[in-house]
Design a protein around this ligand. Structure first.
Ligand code: FAD
Ligand code: NAP
Ligand code: SF4
Length: 675
């Protein structure tokens, strides 16, 4: 056994089988589950993670019947004919020495489908479809469908199933009164409301026999009004154990909850306390979840008795080798999940295949590969932002000789600005990862070197990659050069003094981040669980149903107004799963949002503008901070091409519009895979 992270890496004996360690790769819908033709890709994705050493994995959700679909014709396991495709997955995982469970997920009223059903016919606030209330018979039939799905999973070679009982899906909808208004044996008293999950687990156990893992994902914190009480959660946990479950996994928050549960602004392991409390009430292993992305944190949770296992989902998208690296005592080489959701959950909710911002190979294991080069080249990479870092390290890994230049005194480009925003502290981890990767791969890093065309030509490189990023867009209105005007770089990077009353021009990702920084004071709630709970209304005393109480955020540090010219929603281009958090956070800090403006001028009074040709208005302020987008920095391109140099443009230097780190890192990978 490894000398490192002994608690996390200790085997777990389940009686009839032993898991090689306490790491569970939690369920994630990747988009590869929906079509039979994608199963070879799904098998390669899981095989790579089994090879990486994770003890037990759970697939994305498969519905037990069509009523339980997440979306029409989506993933489902209800017929014998659907078994064959899964054999590829289970064989690939077992060949690598891994273990895998299939998640049975009935979406209930979260189903994006006209066929969706629930306990009662009450529409969810986040779905356009009103569910049909299942008949009494329909409930009995659905229990049989769960058992049938589990039996098919067993035939397909899975080591077990996970029954999804949390996150506000079908089973959760039966548990609480605001979605369950039934008067039959499945509604009314808590005994009646909790009968469904208990009968499901019993029926599954009866069908699969004793030597098959059943994980039950128990909603320990609903984080909605009228959610379960703690006594109800405990009562259900005990009944689930008695019904035959092998492991209890933790579920945190319904999807419609207004508390962030996995975004980067959630502190690490913020909800492990509730799993710790459940430990006292059941004797089967319990699993802690949510925003655990580091082997030290995971190890401590088990050492402190808060959990028997730790579920990490997205961290295995970011690095399939997470466990092997931890076991080798090399945590610095782990590519850490930064909780951004940009390439995983945002893709899932946008109907796209999931991948990972920091690891574009995730879910593309059969398509994006880096083979050793047969012809070593000397390559210069100019710019050590996310794009240049990914290109340089992949090139060097493939065997090329790489010089990586940056005019700054540290690697990271704009990520050095991003990591200073409260709630984005995790971005530092990507820079730590690349810093280590540069050393591991032998990239020749040359900081404090702003290169020009002459230097690059005289060094006689075979090819040059320009990853020189962007230039902030400047304002072109009267007073743009007034002393109260600052750029986001002045404010965040150079920490220039900012007054009490601020107007922010531009409401894109950077405008929102700057508003967050300027409104904030004191310790970042992302680094302090107590502050986070206070800010978002998480009731750790469980005095309220659902452990959800009134939010009590810190007072804002400044009076801020954010403006945009468009008439549409502010922050419309923010991430699907995180935009609401940014908007809610700024609302709590009383940030005013003004849209549809035409800027007139900036003077000693402040920022002057009109709305749709109306009366002139002015925001009296001490500073105007410009976050008005960016332009590509391509200053070296023409000179290099004129000299016949083979040049590649990536990241911001290629295109500033719709730039983010996801695109920058992916373009770096792609160009480096080709040279
Ligand atoms: P850059 O990061 O701009 O790097 C370019 C590098 O080139 C710089 O280090 C520069 O010094 C160097 N350089 C330029 N010219 C030369 C030269 N002649 N010689 C040597 N070196 C040179 N993106 C997300 O995806 N998610 C987020 O949540 C997010 N938040 C952000 C928050 C803030 C406050 C900011 C400012 C940005 C944020 N971004 C975010 C955007 C993200 O950081 C950028 O999309 C990404 O950094 C672009 O990468 P790049 O490598 O193309 O360019
Ligand atoms: P952006 O998202 O394009 O937003 C630019 C803002 O400036 C818009 O609100 C735009 O609104 C305004 N604007 C554009 N031209 C203007 C002009 N000439 N005068 C005044 N206002 C103008 O760009 P960004 O905020 O600079 O962010 C850069 C990139 O970083 C983005 O592409 C983003 O994806 C990425 N980023 C992402 C995140 C994240 O959380 N995912 C966070 C930060 C940054 P109007 O045109 O309506 O005025
Ligand atoms: Fe983590 Fe972001 Fe990658 Fe998703 S896209 S796995 S949140 S780093």
């Amino acid at each position: 056994m490894s000398e490192h992270y002994k608690h996390l890496l200790e085997p777990l004996d389940l009686g009839f089988t032993t898991l090689k360690n306490r790491a569970l790769m939690g369920s994630m819908h990747t988009g590869l589950e929906d079509k039979a033709k994608d199963f070879p890709k799904l098998a390669a994705y899981f095989a790579e993670r089994a090879r990486g050493g994770v003890g037990l994995m759970v697939t994305g959700g498969f519905a037990p019947n069509v009523e339980g679909w997440l979306s029409p014709f989506g993933s489902k396991l209800s017929k014998k004919s659907e078994v064959k495709r899964h054999l590829q997955v289970t064989k690939a995982v077992h060949d690598e020495g891994g273990k895998i469970c299939l998640q049975i997920l009935h979406a209930g009223r979260y189903g994006y489908s006209p066929l969706c059903v629930s306990a009662s016919n009450i529409k969810s606030p986040i779905s356009p479809f009103k569910p049909r209330a299942l008949s009494t018979k329909g409930v009995y039939r659905t229990i049989k469908d769960y058992a049938n799905s589990a039996a098919l999973a067993q035939q397909a070679g899975y080591d077990g199933v996970e029954v999804m009982g949390s996150e506000g899906y079908f089973i959760n909808q039966f548990l609480v009164t605001h979605t369950n208004k039934r008067t039959d044996e499945w509604g009314g008293s808590f005994e009646n409301r909790m009968r469904l999950p208990v009968e499901i687990v019993k029926a599954v156990r009866e069908k699969v026999g004793t030597n098959f893992i059943i994980i039950y994902r128990l909603s320990m914190l609903d984080l909605i009004e009228q959610g379960s009480t703690w006594d109800e959660v405990v009562q259900l946990g005990k009944a689930i154990e008695a019904a035959g479950a092998t492991i209890i996994n933790t579920g945190i928050g319904w999807h419609e909850a207004r508390v962030p549960t996995i975004a980067t602004s959630v502190p690490r392991a913020a909800f492990s306390w509730v799993t710790g409390r459940m430990q006292d009430h059941v004797s089967i292993p319990v699993v802690a979840t949510n925003r655990i992305n580091d082997p030290q944190v995971a190890d401590e949770l088990i050492a402190n008795g808060e959990a028997d296992m730790v579920s990490m989902a997205r961290p295995f998208l970011a690095d399939s080798d997470f466990i092997n690296k931890a076991a080798a005592g090399k945590p610095e080489s782990i590519n850490t999940c930064i909780g951004c959701n940009q390439a995983c959950l945002d893709h899932t909710f946008g109907g796209k295949r999931s991948t990972c911002l920091v690891n574009p190979r995730a879910c593309y294991e059969t398509e994006l590969n880096f083979t050793p080069t047969t012809q070593t080249k000397r390559v210069a990479v100019v710019g050590a932002g996310p794009a240049g870092l990914s290109a340089a390290t992949v090139l060097a890994e493939r065997g090329h000789t790489v010089d990586l230049f940056d005019k700054a005194n540290e690697i990271g480009g704009q990520f050095n600005i991003a990591k200073k925003i409260p709630g984005k502290e995790e971005f530092y981890e990507t820079l730590r990862y690349f810093d280590n990767k540069i050393k591991e791969t032998g990239v020749n890093l040359r900081l404090n070197e702003g290169v020009d065309v002459t230097a690059l030509i005289s060094a006689d490189y075979d090819e040059v990659i320009l990853a020189t990023g962007i230039i902030p867009r400047e304002l072109e209105i009267e007073g743009a050069d007034h002393e109260k005007v600052l750029s986001y770089i002045d404010v965040v990077q150079d920490e220039k003094p900012v007054g009490q009353r601020v107007a922010i021009i531009g409401a894109g990702g950077i405008g929102f981040d700057v508003a967050e920084l300027l409104a904030h004071q004191g310790v970042s709630p992302s680094l302090d669980v107590e502050l986070f709970n206070k800010e978002w209304g998480v009731d750790t005393d469980y005095q309220q149903r659902g452990a959800y109480t009134h939010a009590d955020p810190e007072a804002p540090a400044r009076q801020i107004t954010m403006l945009q010219r468009k008439e549409g929603k502010m922050g419309a281009n923010l991430g699907k799963t995180t935009g609401w958090i940014h908007r809610a956070s700024l609302k709590m800090k009383s940030v005013q949002m003004v849209r549809g403006v035409e800027y007139s001028k900036i003077d000693d009074r402040g920022l002057h503008f009109t709305i749709q040709g109306g009366e002139p208005q002015v925001i009296e302020c001490d500073n105007v901070v410009v976050c008005a987008g960016q332009l590509s920095r391509k200053d070296l391109l023409a000179g290099l091409e004129a000299q016949g140099m083979k040049v590649h443009l990536i990241g911001g230097s290629k295109l500033a519009g719709e730039l983010d780190a996801k695109r920058a890192i992916r373009e770096g990978f792609e160009v480096a895979a080709q040279i």
